[in-house]
Design a protein around this ligand. Structure first.
Ligand code: GTP
Ligand code: MG
Length: 188
């Protein structure tokens, strides 16, 4: 499977009719600055999603049409204390109301954890919520280019202490590694 086209459709800050229009959705969730928007760009060979070295750059739910038959849903990041613009609480509400709304056709959730940071308390809480709510999700480990081999193995070992045998997909948007495996998961 390949991604041939991508187009930004809209940014939303509350429930919106686009979410129930029958097009299946793949959602990207993770800590602020973990690399969600960069992953969407890397997967789609584009710069459709705005990225920034400053956390909190995505404050809306941004919806991208992929291959004319799938939505990529770029969620705002959590865990950024100094959230400006939309308040922190509102961002949490927005994430929760999207992620755990069973009316939406969510084909898959890509839960991104920074391999160079490991799982924060908020990541662990998100993981537990995804499990409790029976979400179909994969765990993608970002920024592996920042780690040497032993750091990489240690990071995987630590993360496994929380997530057990759940499938892990290590990747680097910067070095374009591990992207095919993620595409197979989300398009397959
Ligand atoms: N080294 C490295 N840096 C990365 C990688 N992916 C993203 N970054 C950097 O991490 C920072 C945040 O990336 P974004 O993609 O904007 O992160 P985000 O998760 O969308 O952030 P929010 O929208 O704030 O939630 C940017 O400075 C990126 O250049 C990667 O694979 N390797
Ligand atoms: Mg973003």
């Amino acid at each position: 499977m390949k991604i041939n086209s991508v187009k930004f459709l809209k940014g939303i800050v509350e429930d919106d009719a686009i979410l129930t229009d029958g097009v299946p959705q793949v959602a990207f969730i993770g800590r602020s600055n973990v690399g969600k928007s960069s992953l969407i760009n890397a997967l789609t060979h584009s710069t459709v999603s705005r990225t920034s070295s400053l956390p909190g750059s995505t404050q809306e739910i941004n919806i991208f049409l992929v291959n004319s038959n799938l939505y990529f849903v770029d969620l705002p990041g959590y865990g950024y204390a100094q959230a400006s613009g939309r308040g922190k609480e509102k961002i949490y509400d927005l994430i929760d109301s999207y992620l755990f709304n069973t009316n939406f056709d969510q084909k898959k959730v890509v839960f991104i954890v920074d391999a160079s940071v490991g799982m924060t308390d908020k990541d662990i809480a998100m993981y537990q919520e995804l499990v409790n709510q029976h979400k179909d999700f994969v765990i993608a480990l970002s920024k592996i280019d920042k780690l040497n081999q032993s750091q990489y193995h240690n990071s995987i070992k630590e993360i496994k202490k929380t997530v057990g045998e759940h499938k892990l997909l290590p990747f680097s948007s910067k070095e374009k590694k591990g992207l095919k495996e993620i595409i197979n998961e989300v398009l397959g």
